[in-house]
Design a protein around this ligand. Structure first.
Ligand code: ZN
Length: 332
């Protein structure tokens, strides 16, 4: 059966203040945000540090973690103690700290947490000339430590160009940092474990430096990884993938759509979808996390616009999508 609006799990985001954040989560995405710098909208999350509430659909009024516990049938009877994905919108008005995340094994052994943090970014906006730090050049912890102690960050870190429409996959053990002027959608494992290597010697409102985690960082950095030269040009790939669907939209014009799989790994699959008219997608996965990153239209008959996020349960056979919009869809 086709999904209906009643099948959709629509979530209330959780907003986080961050010293490197800005105000664009309100001005460009319409979220209600508190005063001060705001860096992160946790749009689809059941993590204890930001557990979204269902505002429409099955389990309305429950948190996503409660829904995951009580209605596993909505999620293809997937296993695990925690809803496995976390989708965020990030507004970095200032540079984000240089960081690295552990994998599952390290998180279990050292943090008593079931999940490491594999993540990926679809870039929503970036000022001209923006760069990103992705990967590093030391071949061992000793070499890394000596370059770090000399403050030779430029020599150590791999800094590459970043544009709106790019996509970056960041495996655990990859040193990385978003720079000022970047907005992105992040799809990640449901984890909040970050090891900070360097925070530009910034002080918070109380004059304190943020804690660094150099030893754990050196434990988890993958020194065999070759630093990349650029991201995936996702929007260009999407433009090449757009084809007429043969269906007719309400406006009478023939519709078109493009779907590009950006990443598939053991933790998640992430696709970028352009809708121009009417598109019916078959559902063959335990569930979908859907984020509208551009435009507006309808999903299963429910009106949606840029900045909205929802979960489609796995029991439906297909989903009718209509409008002029770009979606990021992820699943396990
Ligand atoms: Zn990260």
């Amino acid at each position: 059966m086709d999904a209906t609006a009643r099948d959709l799990i629509v979530l209330e985001p959780v907003i986080h203040n961050n010293i490197w954040g800005g105000r664009r989560l309100a001005s460009e995405f319409g979220y209600a945000i508190p005063d001060g710098p705001v860096g992160e909208c946790w749009a689809i999350s059941a993590h204890p540090h930001g557990d979204c509430t269902v505002k429409e659909g099955p389990g309305c009024g429950q948190t996503l973690s409660e829904l995951w516990e009580s209605r596993r049938d909505l999620f293809g009877d997937a296993e695990g103690d925690r809803f496995p994905l976390l989708v965020k919108i990030i507004d970095a008005e200032a540079d984000v700290s240089i960081q690295v995340h552990p994998d599952d094994d390290y998180a279990k052994a050292h943090e008593d947490d079931p999940s490491g943090k594999r993540e990926c970014w679809y870039i929503l906006d970036a000022a001209p000339g923006t760069t990103v730090i992705l990967g590093q050049r030391a071949k061992s912890a000793d070499e890394f430590r000596s370059l770090m102690e000399r403050g030779a960050w430029d020599e150590l870190l791999n800094e590459i160009p970043l544009h709106a429409g790019d996509f970056f996959q960041i495996d655990p053990g990859t040193v990385h940092a978003v720079k000022a002027g970047t907005m992105l959608l992040e799809t990640q494992q449901s984890s909040d474990i970050t090891y900070r290597l360097y925070d530009y010697d910034r002080r918070d409102a109380n004059g304190n430096l943020r804690e660094l985690h150099v030893e754990k960082s050196l434990d988890v950095i993958d020194f065999s990884m070759e630093p990349p030269e650029k991201g995936l040009e996702a929007d260009e790939e999407l433009a090449r993938a757009i084809e007429p669907t043969g269906a007719t939209s309400l406006a009478g014009a023939e519709s078109a759509a493009g779907v590009v799989c950006l990443e598939r790994n053991e933790d998640y699959t992430v696709s970028l979808v352009q809708v121009l008219g009417l598109l019916t997608l078959p559902m063959d996965d335990p569930f979908w996390c859907v984020s509208v990153v551009e435009g507006e239209g309808s999903i299963a008959g429910r009106r949606v616009r840029k900045g909205e996020h929802l979960i489609v349960p796995g029991y439906v056979d297909s989903v009718r999508i209509e409008g002029t919009m770009r979606l990021v869809i992820s699943h396990i």
